[in-house]
Design a protein around this ligand. Structure first.
Ligand code: SF4
Length: 496
């Protein structure tokens, strides 16, 4: 079951969650995954671990399948009869690497090797997959899945180091790319981030229970208190000693970078606005992006006319608030309105896909509020344009309501390159900015609006948090990839 691309946006590949010392660990993981559903809707899974008093050993339990979290765990008896134990990890998946149709590719992965049992859930993409996979296969490794995440498990199993933590460090010192991981071992929960800190990962506590999640919105749903982010290049270990003493053990990977490369698109679109990521509120940053867009690409009123600002819901709502606020402060006669209503309950369609398929998809997803659009000078705020096909249909829909003018403003720069660090973009040739030779006027003509403007890369970087080693990946807007990769034939420029 492939995640539906009903709106033309890049897809985030995964959400991960971990719970330690929680008597309902698996059902807590379920709630966490539910809050992270936006990060992957193709498949979901949970692995739990319990201490078997009679057998005097740890027992791992697993449940995973295709579908939304609510579908995979529809039967609540799963939590009492199968997913027992006081620790668990979970994963929401959208496949960026590996076939989406193979059940073996659904995470978390669980393995038994000579040192014990290990479960892993991964958000991100490794960039030296081909090199490592070729090497491991030559050494006789048989892969069960087509994912890059499995490579990490094989490297751990093959490590000559003595203890588990040293084996994990040894394995991760060989991989490159973007990875935020949660791992469950016999008596330990681990949270790990790659040295560049591409994807987010945070740590929280509730009484004597500890939690790790891709975004802090997963902590709010369970009432846990955010402690801090797992640092780039850090391995955090939670065990029984942590529960007793409060001490969180921390280890470092070998690679040190001068500057981190957080995915800037997490702030623009992927993460939920109610989350804190990379140490900052997504809502706050997204408002700032809207404000910066108003400063850089304003739309002025003429005479006593009023500018009507509206968002493409839901992901652009916060940027639209920022845009309208700053426009007002700049003396522009502005009003923020809800001009588009998004239907959240779009199910199957029985309409012939050959016949206006995409247009109908847009109409089913969005409806216009005619009264607020008719005869107005309208500024439509969107967070990004990928292929441009959905934007074109949406703007046509708005035009039907009879606005005086339509000005389209985008709170990110034109997308000119795909992502190799864990987001699913269409191929380069499908990107509207590439099709139009990165000429904004050509894109405007295609979209058929009175004006089109994007936020510049410079203004985008001015609008996000800075300080210390904080830095960003902007490769999809610049084509400059901060982490080299060997996986792809179509290599772009790499920064180093
Ligand atoms: Fe994020 Fe774009 Fe970089 Fe991918 S290429 S990590 S989406 S900023």
């Amino acid at each position: 079951m492939k995640q539906k691309k009903s709106i033309d946006k890049p897809l985030c590949n995964c959400g991960i969650f971990g719970a330690f010392n929680d008597s309902s660990a698996a059902s807590t993981a379920y709630l966490g995954l539910h809050a992270l559903q936006h990060r992957g809707q193709e498949a979901a899974g949970i692995v739990s671990v319990e201490w078997d008093v009679n057998k005097k050993k740890y027992q791992f339990h697993i449940k995973k399948d295709f579908g939304l979290v609510t579908e995979v765990f529809r039967d609540e008896s799963i939590f009492f009869n199968i997913l027992k134990g006081d620790s668990a990890i979970g994963h929401n998946r959208y496949s960026t690497k590996g076939s989406s149709k193979r059940t073996q590719n659904i995470q978390p992965f669980f393995v038994h090797y000579h040192k014990g049992n290990l479960a892993l859930a991964h958000n991100g993409n490794l960039t030296n997959t081909k090199t490592l996979r070729d090497r491991l296969e030559k050494e006789g490794t048989i892969f069960q899945t087509t994912t890059d995440s499995e490579i990490i498990l094989h490297l751990i199993a093959k490590s000559k180091k003595e203890d588990l933590i040293s084996q994990i460090i040894d394995a991760l010192n060989q991989v490159k790319g973007a990875y935020s991981l949660v791992m469950l071992t016999e008596g330990k929960l681990l949270g790990i981030r790659d040295p560049h800190g591409v994807r987010p990962l945070a740590l929280a506590k509730l009484e004597n229970s500890y939690y790790i999640a891709s975004e802090t919105c997963a902590f709010d749903i369970i009432g846990a208190e955010y402690i801090r982010d797992i640092e780039p290049g850090e391995i955090v270990v939670i065990d029984d000693e942590t529960v007793k003493t409060g001490e969180i053990k921390s280890y470092r990977l070998k690679e040190e970078v001068e500057q981190y490369h957080h995915c800037i698109f997490e702030y623009i679109y992927f993460s939920r606005p109610d989350s804190f990521i990379f140490g900052e509120s997504v809502d706050k940053v997204r408002r700032k992006l809207g404000k910066s867009l108003a400063e850089e690409k304003p739309v002025y009123h003429v005479g006593d006319e009023k500018i009507m600002v509206m968002s493409v819901p839901d992901s652009s709502n916060t940027a639209a608030i920022g845009y309208a606020d700053r426009s007002k402060k700049m003396g522009i006669n502005t009003k923020l309105e809800i001009g588009l209503i998004r239907n959240h309950y779009v199910g199957r369609t029985f309409i012939n896909p050959e016949k206006n398929g995409r247009e109908m998809a847009v109409r089913r997803k969005f409806n216009i509020v005619r009264g607020v659009i008719k005869d107005r000078k309208v500024v439509v705020i969107d967070d990004s344009i990928v292929r441009g096909t959905t934007s074109k249909k949406l703007l046509k829909l708005i035009k039907e309501a009879g606005p005086k003018e339509i000005h389209f403003r985008v709170s990110s720069p034109p997308i000119i390159s795909p992502c190799y660090y864990g987001m699913d973009f269409p191929s380069k040739e499908e990107l509207i900015a590439v099709k139009c030779d990165e000429d904004v006027e050509k894109i405007r003509e295609y979209l058929d609006v009175d004006s089109l403007e994007y936020l510049s890369v410079e203004k985008l970087l001015e609008s996000v948090p800075k300080g210390g080693k904080i830095g960003y990946c902007t490769a999809c807007f610049t084509g400059k990839y901060p982490i080299p990769f060997d996986n792809y034939d179509n290599k772009e420029e790499t920064e180093n």
